[in-house]
Design a protein around this ligand. Structure first.
Ligand code: UD1
Length: 416
């Protein structure tokens, strides 16, 4: 298993390209199941999770040709409608094939994801919504077995804001008979990106970007050419690293308009930020100020940025409070940050972070994707050489992270 060895204490300086968004590319790839036509996707990030989705689709008979960040996809000879446990257990987002399979083929067999490191993460809202659209869904031998002659429109109010739930229901509704209304829909930019691709395919969707989506089903969808949006979480992670290390960087191919909550918090922490339509420049010249935050659905502060900001707060000049409201078990990085010398206490869903003047290197273990990103940030500032084990978590969602950090002057090495 690969490890990172990070020698901390270097300022970051330079410029890097932001990759395509993992959480937009995954539903967009699943959406290719909705048509027999050809898709040409660009800006698809090179990540483990994308390779898992490729394997999942290839197992169904979908043709995929990858050339760097371009991908051609065609689902004109689908021979299986099954998402097997072996793949779903490594990537929960595999559930995203459920809606498209059911809508186009009238059946789907998708393994239940089961628990994961950051909490229970049930899929009851996906199931409830599809049932409202006429699907028969039974749980047998750990699988969701779903059937429907043709889905029909329905009014669906989800119990909570769910990102992949909204995406699954939207992908089911675009081919259903009649009109579907999804209330309490997720407004994440990645949901918008998927909706825009569906519209290019001929879908009729109103209210894109709001919490109320009106979808009029069509008989058939066509292929599309689509460029995946930039990854706001990757971009935010590099900015947090800069805020912790000090220095000045420029991010190219970014999408600052989707990053308001993070950019505002970074400004509160003391960063100077300038943005254009697709670039961000940030400078950090002082020790970070502590910032309180509460995770929330978009446009609130993203739970996927919580660990990175906690690493930043660990070094801040004062005490901060972080509330995690989305996932019940998303503080696993705390123990590891404390091993690096941070002073963080957890009380229920709240972390109290007392900033320390310096962190010191140690051996730490990555536990999930964004937790690992928090550890990388802490290691970049810690005195000495930190090793981070199990970085396969990082490889799921960060493209060439060590190379990008090296470009900024950080001392990061991948040990095989
Ligand atoms: C997506 C993102 C993930 C991000 C999360 C929250 C992808 C591939 N992943 O995950 O990176 O951290 O949004 O922004 O886009 N819930 C239920 N029942 C359901 C569905 C969700 O109880 O049927 C709960 C979850 O347990 C969680 C909350 O709703 O507490 C939000 O989860 P959700 O938005 O669905 O997260 P994901 O879509 O899995």
């Amino acid at each position: 298993m690969d490890r990172f060895a990070i020698h901390g204490g270097h300022r970051l300086e330079g410029s890097i390209e932001v990759s395509g968004a993992k959480n937009a590319a995954l539903p967009i790839l699943a959406a290719c199941l909705l048509s027999a036509d050809k898709f040409e996707l660009s800006n698809v990030p090179q990540l483990q999770d994308i390779r898992t989705m490729q394997r999942l689709l290839a197992g169904m008979g979908v043709k995929l040709v990858r050339d760097g960040h371009q991908m051609q996809v065609q689902a004109d000879a689908v021979s299986s409608v099954e998402a097997p446990y072996e793949l779903v257990k490594t990537m929960r987002a595999s559930i995203l094939v459920l809606g498209p399979l059911l809508a186009r083929f009238g059946e789907a067999k998708v393994s239940l994801p089961g628990g994961c490191a950051i909490g229970q993460r049930p899929v009851d809202q996906h199931v409830k919504g599809l049932q409202a659209m006429g699907a028969e869904i039974r749980i047998e031998h750990g699988y969701l077995n779903a059937r429907a002659k043709r889905l029909h429109g329905a009014r669906i109010v989800t119990d909570m804001v769910t990102v992949t739930g909204t995406e699954n229901l939207m992908m089911a509704a675009v081919l259903a008979k009649g009109t579907t209304l999804i209330e309490n829909a997720a407004r994440e930019p990645e949901v918008v990106d998927l909706a825009q691709m569906l519209v290019q395919m001929g879908a009729k969707i109103e209210g894109i970007g709001t919490d109320r989506l009106g979808i009029e089903g069509v008989e058939e969808l066509k292929g599309a050419r689509y460029k995946v949006m930039p990854d706001r979480i990757e971009a935010g992670t590099f900015l947090c690293a800069l805020a912790a290390c000090g220095g000045r960087i420029r991010l190219e191919s970014a999408h600052p308009a989707s990053m308001d909550a993070s950019l505002e918090k970074l400004r509160d922490a003391g960063a100077r930020i300038r943005c254009g339509e697709d670039w961000i420049e940030m400078e950090m010249a002082s020790r970070p100020r502590p910032i309180n935050l509460r995770t929330a659905p978009y446009p609130g502060f993203a739970t996927d940025m919580q660990a990175q900001f906690m690493a930043l707060n660990a070094l801040a000049d004062g005490t901060s409070v972080i509330h995690e409201t989305i996932f019940e078990n998303r503080f696993m990085h705390v123990q590891e940050l404390n091993r690096l010398g941070a002073d963080i206490q957890i009380e229920g869903h709240t972390a109290i972070v007392k900033g320390v003047a310096a962190l010191s290197a140690a051996n730490v273990m990555a536990t999930d994707l964004r937790a690992s990103a928090g550890l990388v940030i802490a290691a970049l500032v810690a005195r000495g050489t930190t090793t981070i084990e199990r970085i396969y978590h990082l490889d799921r969602g960060y493209e060439a992270m060590e190379r990008k950090l090296q470009n900024l002057g950080a001392q990061v090495e991948r040990l095989k």
